[in-house]
Design a protein around this ligand. Structure first.
Ligand code: GRF
Length: 196
């Protein structure tokens, strides 16, 4: 069988890492997946996502944002690590830090994010709750390219989540995560196939 070219991806996390897990599982389950995760980077040492990566023998790195004087200094440290790891594509997966315009422009078109709403609706940090409280009939998740403006870059894929009459915020959150875990690996694969 011919060798499949693998893009080198870094996944940036801050917390639970269930989307990281979905991507790791998709790659592990399919030798034709055109990516390899070369590093998982967290701005928080206690992020469970780091344990998930370690269990899968993926190298991790912590860049504690509280140790840096400002966003530029943090982003420079991040940039340096990504260069060292020869990263092609960056996936934000529950990474709870805003990136500077300068960083985003250095990695233009190569940073993906997953957001728990059907963008452009419900931007921001409380998208699931905001959609639930707005009483919309359905919501969903979006994978998009990161641009300097938050939650505003070109959309690569979306997955709808129905809001049923008996749904609670908890049940919507569960449905949302299930949808995210379907969407992110699929869109990542398509994105990489298009750029290779
Ligand atoms: C997800 O809901 C994602 O859409 C948002 O942050 C959450 C991260 O969850 N950006 P996890 O850490 O991947 O479990």
């Amino acid at each position: 069988m011919a060798d499949i070219s693998k893009s080198r991806i870094a996944i940036l996390v801050s917390g639970n890492g269930s989307n990281l897990q979905a991507i790791m599982d998709a790659i592990a389950a399919d030798t034709t997946f055109p990516a390899t995760i070369v590093r998982v980077i967290s701005n928080k040492a206690e992020a469970y996502a780091l344990e998930r990566a370690q269990m899968a023998s993926i190298p991790t790195h912590v860049i504690d944002h509280t140790a840096y004087a400002n966003r530029d200094a943090f982003d420079q440290a991040l940039h340096n690590q990504l260069i060292k790891d020869k990263v092609d594509v960056i996936c934000l997966a529950g990474f709870m830090r805003l990136l500077t315009a300068s960083f985003v422009n250095q990695w233009k078109g190569k940073i993906l994010n997953i957001h728990p709403s059907l963008l452009p609706d419900f931007k921001g940090a409380h998208a699931i709750r905001d959609a639930f409280e707005a009483g919309v009939s359905h919501t969903g998740c979006t994978v998009h390219i990161v641009t300097p403006e938050m939650d505003a870059g070109p959309i690569l894929g979306q997955y709808e989540v129905e809001m049923d009459a008996d749904d609670t915020l908890d049940t919507i959150e569960t449905k949302m995560h299930q949808a995210e875990h379907q969407l992110y690996p699929a869109v990542l694969r398509q994105f990489i196939e298009n750029i290779q």
